[in-house]
Design a protein around this ligand. Structure first.
Ligand code: AP5
Length: 220
């Protein structure tokens, strides 16, 4: 089963993907994480992506599409993927559909996590994440037991450079229009499932699980 998590920056895609992907035997693939890893390694791709990310802009499609399609062609993606942050444009969605169709596969469902924009700035500017295992925290709503240290693996926590308020504002502006366009694209395919992304993360997980149960039932 291949799934997409759709939502504005800070909607909770990464938080929920980390909880749901393993449980459902899916590989969590985040294009943001792939770009950050490439930037940390200092590759040409990473350096190029970093320029766009630091401005809160989308990395160009020709770079993003080939990176994602290469990743999901690897053997560990064969059982199914949970895509987080991809697609973000209609050309990305069309390229994904075409690549899966060539393999006789398809996207089963798109889970659209909806959160009012006025909550997103506070979520992102208070986010801390683990450089080692990727666990996600928030300094007010989900703090680690010890400031700066990951509860899961003891790794060091840091804040993302693109979570500064001015860059967050730009990211929201960049993504607003595309997110609605993608929602319409998948609605037309009958694959869109909206979920309220407010409240405790566990409540959001419950809403997404309810959608996944229906999708699994329909696929069986
Ligand atoms: P990416 O890394 O994908 O960032 P994003 O989409 O902006 O999403 P975030 O990771 O910021 O948010 P999230 O929804 O995962 O929220 P999270 O769970 O962390 O992309 C970064 C950049 O890479 C882009 O700007 C672009 O430049 C580039 N890029 C990536 N993909 C691309 C593509 N396909 N095409 C082109 N460019 C691309 O939660 C956020 C915070 O909220 C955390 O602190 C968390 O603890 C807290 N939180 C979560 N749930 C709740 C809740 N229910 N209640 C309260 N707090 C909560």
């Amino acid at each position: 089963m291949h799934l997409i998590l759709l939502g504005l920056p800070g909607a909770g895609k990464g938080t929920q993907a980390k909880l749901l992907a393993d449980k459902h035997g899916l590989l969590h693939v985040s294009t943001g994480d792939l770009f950050r890893a490439a930037a940390a390694e200092g590759t040409d791709l990473g350096k190029r992506a970093q320029e766009y990310m630091s401005r809160g802009e989308l990395v160009p499609d020709e770079v993003t599409i080939s990176m994602l399609l290469d990743r999901i062609a690897k053997p560990d993606a064969a059982a199914g993927v949970m895509l987080d942050g991809f697609p973000r444009t209609i050309p990305q969605a069309e390229a994904l559909d075409a690549a899966l169709e060539a393999r006789g596969e398809r996207i089963e469902g798109v889970l659209y996590i909806k959160v009012p924009e006025d909550l997103l700035m506070a979520r992102l500017t208070g986010r801390w994440s683990c450089g080692n295992c990727g666990a996600i925290y928030h300094e007010l709503t989900n703090p680690p037991r010890e400031a700066g240290t990951c509860d899961v693996c003891g790794g060091a926590l840091s804040q993302r450079a693109d979570d500064r308020p001015d860059t967050v504002a730009k990211r929201l502006e960049t993504n607003r229009e595309w997110t609605e366009a993608l929602a319409a694209y998948y609605e037309q395919q009958g694959k869109l499932h909206g979920a309220d992304g407010t409240g405790e993360p566990a409540d959001v997980t419950g809403r997404l699980e309810a959608i996944l149960s229906k999708l699994s039932g329909a696929a069986a």
